[in-house]
Ligand binder design. Structure first.
Ligand SMILES: N[C@@H](CCC(=O)N[C@@H](CS)C(=O)NCC(=O)O)C(=O)O
Length: 420
């Protein structure tokens, strides 16, 4: 090949790229070709750098340009620095994750379980200082599986922003905190997720007196002050939705949902938004007399699969949490409940799977480092999935029938792999 003509072709290519770069409209007007050419070369180099695989985990955590870019695109005005706050959920912390969580819990003598500070029906502080709720019951269930004692648990209330750091630093062993399983949390943030205990989706709540109805669409929040708690999928989803619809909203973020609801009651927020279950709970318990709060749109704007979350790469502890949840679901399918769980072993009205799950012949709980009767204690002391659901969620109006939270035999998504 002729070296001169190759060189000429290369020069021509660089010149063409330079012209193209200039034509693509930088503010510099008719900037000179040489500068533009070197800009182009820099850009190519940068692009190539971006494609290089990341060298180590630390670098991967430092390097979060996509989030920032995505957030810059959000068309909302925000009065509080939610963007920064939202990113806190991925801040660098000293990681204490890995194997050994179960042994550490057993030698400590209690499970540390992260819950919401205040999520109606999921984690509520009662006047006597106790805490109740659907998520709280799953904390008790894991404690019952590990210790045979539902009360061998310390419930740690956490805001949305605090929750992942609390797991990563080992302050809590597991989170049962209205937490949505997402790709970034599973990968970037470094959590692992257990089985979904409640299938949710994001909705909005406004006042009927402001013209909102159950058939309202998201476009109707144009111009509204929309409030939620920071560090959530909620704030990201609403930004996406507003962008897609081309509407302008003012998004305000608060630490927890008590504050969000109080500001809605006070009239500082026109509309509030979170997982539908949270809105149903707030409407059931806090709607002032003479006012009508409306939840919309009928089909949520997102999928929010909520369930247990724990530090990554500890499969032994993950098994314990996951199979505790599955045990509540399988027990439900087999008609085992808190009233009869101690009468299953040796009772031929119940099949071998039910017997194994309760600690009978062929049981698999010891293989997980638990007592044979670990799941019998879960069902006796806490209940099966339906009992947990009915005790906590039905009273605020969250029905299972016809929802994704019905059992798989009833057309829902609540399903467990077989205990064998
Ligand atoms: N599922 C969403 C939202 C979670 C969330 O924070 N939900 C609110 C409303 S139900 C909540 O739990 N608040 C309780 C609190 O503020 O402690 C997520 O994982 O980001």
């Amino acid at each position: 090949m002729n070296t001169k003509s190759t060189l000429a072709k290369l020069l021509a290519l660089i010149f063409t790229m330079a012209l193209f770069a200039t034509a693509c409209g930088s503010d510099s007007g008719g900037g000179d070709a040489v500068d533009s050419a070197s800009d182009t070369a820099d850009a190519v180099e940068e692009a190539m750098d971006e494609e290089e695989p990341m060298e180590d985990e630390e670098e991967a955590m430092d390097d979060e340009p996509m989030e920032e870019e995505a957030m810059d695109e959000e068309p909302m005005e925000e009065e509080e620095p939610m963007e920064e706050e939202a990113m806190d959920e991925e801040e660098e912390v000293e990681l204490t994750q890995g194997a050994g969580t179960l042994a550490a819990i057993q030698s400590r003598g209690e499970l540390n379980c992260g819950v919401s500070t205040a999520a109606v029906a999921f984690s509520e502080l009662q006047a006597d200082g106790s805490r109740t709720g659907f998520d709280v019951d799953f904390c008790h269930a894991v404690a019952a599986a590990i210790f045979g004692d539902r009360d061998a648990v310390s419930l740690v209330p956490l805001t949305a922003q605090e929750r992942f750091t609390a797991v990563q630093t080992g302050d809590v062993d597991v989170l049962m905190r209205n937490t949505t399983w997402t790709q970034s949390r599973d990968t970037d943030v470094g959590m692992d997720f257990g089985p979904t205990t409640y299938y949710d989706g994001q909705q909005f709540m406004g006042r009927a007196s402001d013209g909102f109805g159950p058939d309202s669409g998201v476009a109707e929040i144009d111009g509204a002050i929309v409030c939620t708690n920071a560090g959530t999928t909620t704030e990201k989803n609403v930004g996406d939705a507003a962008g897609v619809l081309g509407i302008d909203i003012t998004l305000q973020g608060f630490d927890d949902f008590d504050q969000v609801t109080q500001n809605f009651i006070d009239g500082s927020c026109d509309v509030i938004t979170t997982d539908g279950s949270g809105l149903v709970g707030r409407k059931a318990t806090q709607q002032p007399a003479g006012e009508e709060w409306v939840i919309f749109p009928a089909t949520p704007i997102s999928k929010e699969p909520l369930g247990p979350t724990y530090g990554q790469n500890d499969s032994g502890f993950a098994d314990v949490v996951n199979w505790t949840v599955y045990a509540t679901i399988i027990a439900d399918e087999k008609g085992i409940n808190s009233g009869n769980a101690s009468d299953i072993i040796g009772n031929d009205e119940f099949d071998p799977e039910a017997q194994r799950l309760m600690g009978g012949e062929g049981e698999l709980q010891t293989a997980m480092g638990l007592s044979p009767d670990a799941f019998q204690q879960v069902i006796l002391q806490v209940g099966n999935y339906s009992e947990i659901y009915e005790a906590n969620l039905v009273p605020v109006g969250l029905k299972r029938e016809g929802s994704a939270n019905a059992g798989w035999l009833d057309g829902g998504l609540i399903y467990a792999p077989p205990a064998r």
